[in-house]
Write a protein that binds this ligand. Sequence first.
Ligand SMILES: Nc1ncnc2c1ncn2[C@@H]1O[C@H](COP(=O)(O)OP(=O)(O)O)[C@@H](O)[C@H]1O
Ligand SMILES: [Mg+2]
Length: 470
Amino acid sequence: MNDEILPQYDVARQDYSQKEKILLGEMRENLVDLAMSAGENYHISEEKLLNDIKNFLFLRLNENHVSDEYLNSLSGKFLRDIIGYGEIDSLIQDDELEEIMIIGTGKPIFVYHRKYGMMKTNIQFSDEQEIRNLIDSIARQINRRIDQESPILDGRLVDGSRINATIPPVSPDGPSLTIRKFKRDPLTIIDLINSKTISLDLAGFFWLCIDGLGVKSANAIISGGTSSGKTTTLNALSAFINPNERIITIEDTLELQIPHEHVIRMETRPANVENKGELTMNDLVKNSLRQRPDKIIVGEVRGEEAITLFTALNTGHSGFGTLHSNDARETITRLTNRPMSVPKIMIHAIDFIIMQNRIYTPSGVSFRRISEVAEVVGIEEGTVQLNTIFKWNPERDTIDNIGITSNTLTQIANLSGKAINELYYEIENRKLVLKHMINHNIRSVEEVNNVIELYYKKPQKVLNNIILNR
Ligand SMILES: Nc1ncnc2c1ncn2[C@@H]1O[C@H](COP(=O)(O)OP(=O)(O)O)[C@@H](O)[C@H]1O
Ligand SMILES: [Mg+2]
């Protein structure tokens, strides 16, 4: 560990004037009255609430001749104060934060910043009850409860962020809250190339294999540790799926943001209080097979759904999934042992095991790399055979092609009746398209998706445009 003091993250505290404080108080009371009189039927729509606040302020401040700007900005602040997350609201709003950590009273709230790593904020709670109130209000928002009997709350906020809260007796020193934030503007394949998580070569290669030229689209498991960026890489690679394919995604909590038009998103459901109505990952994977999918994407493979998924892959469907493990070999071990118990003979259905790694530097900032791409090539004497085709070189920080011809590429060549060199040529073309996006800062999900979709429809036109614009 470094013994330097952590960098500071300062939040501009909400400083209301005396008059504004009074107005906020009045506004709150009004709302409580409104909610009480409407009873069960009271639903807050953010838009309507903002309007109500504006009207209220307009009437109350009418004779002061305040500007529209002031009115709007104050209304916005009030709205955040009323339906937001109070003290930590500005942390929740900051897309540059990966995590928010509340560890108790008298200690600062910590945040993990995408650029600067771990930081201390200038926010502290002095009273345990304040933290409890925050946790309770979050629990209410998602229709859950946290109490002595069930002192752990694990769930997802409306904005997609994951929360985990604990209270005594599991955390005897007091309540804790960890928020793993959902990135509103997701990282795309272009971002991942720019940050060297993936190389341009590897991205071009994956594009061709995931497309499969209409004869065989590659299946992949993305493996790695917690928070290594598995879901992010899966999401970014999904952009390469042919826009004609019908995609079904299955997740415990909705995280994937796949830009394609033809997507059905499915989410598991826990049992209700009477222990009924549970829908497991496996139920949903089974059901997806009746939905005529081209591509099945399973957010996180960890239980019996693994066999169902592999059965699907062995019967001509294609799919992606993430899995928690530390290296390619361990991925196989985990898949073939309890609780996943996929028969070894079925493992062959995956083409790639993509290892995702998070590397910490002494300064506390971390970066992510695809550290290995292995192909499943067969079984010999009861052992699944793996061929590493790409590997990250930590000294040079490059992802090197090991020089073995990819089995997947050979299959695509055979099935499409093309020479392997023609495929390499096509990979180069696709790298040109990716390079073009990098050079022109085309990086958002929509922009990247548009270019890829256009390339699928009119490859020559896209290439000509790129060459003309050079
Ligand atoms: N390649 C990357 N570069 C920078 N940040 C990343 C990268 N991959 C993931 N992240 C960030 O790390 C956090 C965890 O990523 P996620 O993909 O959910 O990890 P996992 O699925 O392995 O648990 C997210 O906030 C995400 O935005
Ligand atoms: Mg994940």
